[in-house]
Design a protein around this ligand. Structure first.
Ligand code: F6P
Length: 401
C-alpha cells in the first residue's frame, strides 16, 4: 500500500500526540504503511533510525501526554537543497510518498517547497546513481497534508490551532492561583503570556479571568489614546469580545477614539476605578509582543513601573513562559488532534497526481481541507502587516475569509 510518514516540526504543542496517533491508526486501518519521522525535518534529513515504521500499539498511551513523543526540531539543514536531497533519498528508499506535517507556518512552507522541488530532486538522485529508475517512477509524486500545531492560534485558515485550548487552561489555572494570593495582599499582578505576535491567548485569558487590562500586539494602545472615552470604551470593547466569543468570530476590532491621551493614564484610571469600587486586587495581562501604536514594545517591566510610580500599588510580575506549552492536553485539543489526523490521512488517500497540498483545519467546527499555500501566504501577510504597524490590515487579514 501507500507509504505515509508523519512528523512534528517547530515548537511543540499539546494535542500533537493525539494527531500523530490518529494518523498512524487511520493509516493502518486503511491499509497503508505508516512511518514516524523523529525529530522533525532533521530526522528526515538524517534518516537511519529516525524513520521507523509505526504500528498500532506504538501510539498507545500517548493521547494524554503533552508535547510530542516523536520529537521536534527547528532544522537548518532542510533549508538547504543538499538537506532536501538527502531527505528525498531517505523517503524514496522507503517508498514514502505521503507526508503529514504537524507544525506552524514555517514548517508548512518547507513542506510545500519540498513538493515543488520533488521531481528535480528525484532527477538529481537518479543521475548521481542514488536511486534506480524504477524507484524514480514509483515515487514520482509527493502528497502533503498539514495540520497546524501551535499554542499561539496565529494561523490563517483555521478557527483553532492544536494546543491553544490547553495553553489557555494552563494560563487560567495560573491566574486563578495568583488571584487568591493577590487578594490577600491587595496586590496588582502583571502576567506575561505567550503568543509571539498574536494576542489571542492574552485576549481570551483576559476575558475569562476578569483581568483589568490586556496588552496585545494587534491592538496596541495609541500613545495618544482617548482618556475621556476610556470607561465607555472598556465597556464597549468588553462586549465586543464577548459577542465575538459567542458568535465564533475570528477577530475583534476594538474601536479607537479621536480624543487624545496616553495608555499609561488609561491604565491607571482603570486600575483606580476597580480599586475604588471595592476590588482588592488587579490583574493585568501583557502578551509577549505587545507594542504601542508606534511599534515600541510594552513589556511587563514597563507596565509595573507605571503602576508603581503612578499609583504606588504593591505590584509583582509573573512570567508564565513554557508552562503554557506543557502539561496534558485538554479534551478539546485531544479531539481536535484526532479529527485533524484522520482527515489528513483521508485527504492523502484521495489525492491524485496534481492535487495541491492542503492544510486540514477547523472551520465552524467542521474539519475541512484548505489550500496550504493560500493559508501560509495569508499568515505571512499578517506578519508583514504587523511588522509594518498596519494593525487594522493585520486584523482584517487574520479574520476568516
Ligand atoms: O510558537 C509557540 C511559542 O511558544 C510562542 O508563543 C513563543 O514566542 C515561542 O514559541 C517561544 O519559542 P522557544 O520555545 O523557542 O523559546
Amino acid at each position: 500500500g501507500h507509504g505515509i510518514a508523519v512528523f512534528t516540526s517547530g515548537g511543540d504543542s499539546q494535542g500533537m500526540n493525539a494527531a500523530v496517533r490518529a494518523v498512524v491508526r487511520m493509516g493502518i486501518y486503511l491499509g497503508c504503511k505508516v512511518y514516524f519521522i523523529k525529530e522533525g525535518y532533521q530526522g528526515m534529513v538524517d534518516g537511519g533510525e529516525n524513520i521507523a515504521e509505526a504500528n498500532w500499539a506504538a501510539v498507545s498511551s500517548i493521547i494524554h501526554r503533552g508535547g510530542t513523543v516523536i520529537g521536534s526540531a527547528r532544522c537548518m539543514d532542510f533549508k538547504e537543497r543538499w538537506g532536501r536531497l538527502k531527505a528525498a533519498e531517505n523517503l524514496v528508499k522507503r517508498g514514502i510518498t505521503n507526508l503529514v506535517v504537524i507544525g506552524g507556518d514555517g514548517s508548512l512552507t518547507g513542506a510545500n517547497l519540498f513538493r515543488v522541488e520533488w521531481s528535480s530532486l528525484l532527477d538529481e538522485l537518479l543521475q548521481t546513481g542514488k536511486i534506480t529508475n524504477e524507484e524514480r517512477q514509483k515515487n514520482k509524486s509527493l502528497h502533503i497534508a498539514g495540520m497546524v500545531g501551535s499554542i499561539d492560534n496565529d494561523f490563517c485558515g483555521t478557527d483553532m490551532t492544536i494546543g491553544t485550548d490547553s495553553a489557555l487552561h494552563r494560563i487560567i489555572e495560573a491566574i486563578d492561583a495568583i488571584v487568591s494570593t493577590a487578594y490577600s495582599h491587595q496586590r496588582t499582578f502583571i502576567m506575561e503570556v505567550m503568543g509571539r505576535h498574536c494576542g489571542y491567548l492574552a485576549l481570551i485569558s483576559g476575558v475569562v479571568t476578569e483581568a483589568d487590562y490586556v496588552f496585545i500586539p494587534e491592538s496596541p494602545p495609541p500613545t495618544d489614546w482617548a482618556r475621556k472615552l476610556c470607561d465607555k470604551l472598556m465597556q464597549a470593547s468588553y462586549l465586543a469580545v464577548v459577542a465575538a466569543l459567542a458568535s465564533e468570530a475570528d477577530y475583534v476590532f476594538i474601536p479607537e477614539d479621536p480624543v487624545k491621551t496616553d495608555w499609561k493614564d488609561h491604565l491607571c484610571k482603570k486600575l483606580l476605578q476597580e480599586r475604588s469600587s471595592g476590588q482588592r486586587l488587579n490583574i493585568i495581562i501583557v502578551a509577549e509582543g505587545a507594542t504601542d501604536r508606534e511599534g515600541n514594545p510594552i513589556t511587563a517591566e514597563m507596565v509595573k513601573k507605571v503602576v508603581v510610580d503612578e499609583l504606588a500599588q504593591d505590584t509583582r510580575i509573573t512570567v508564565l513562559g513554557h508552562v503554557q506549552r506543557g502539561g496534558n492536553p485538554s479534551a478539546f485539543d485531544r479531539v481536535l488532534g484526532c479529527r485533524m489526523g484522520a482527515e489528513a490521512v483521508m485527504a492523502l488517500m484521495e489525492a491524485t497526481d496534481d492535487t495541491e497540498p492542503c492544510v486540514v483545519s477547523l472551520d465552524g467546527n467542521q474539519a475541512v481541507r484548505v489550500p496550504l499555500m493560500e493559508c501560509v501566504e495569508r499568515t505571512q501577510a499578517v506578519a508583514k502587516a504587523m511588522s509594518e504597524k498596519k494593525f487594522d490590515l493585520a486584523v482584517e487579514l487574520r479574520g476568516r475569509s
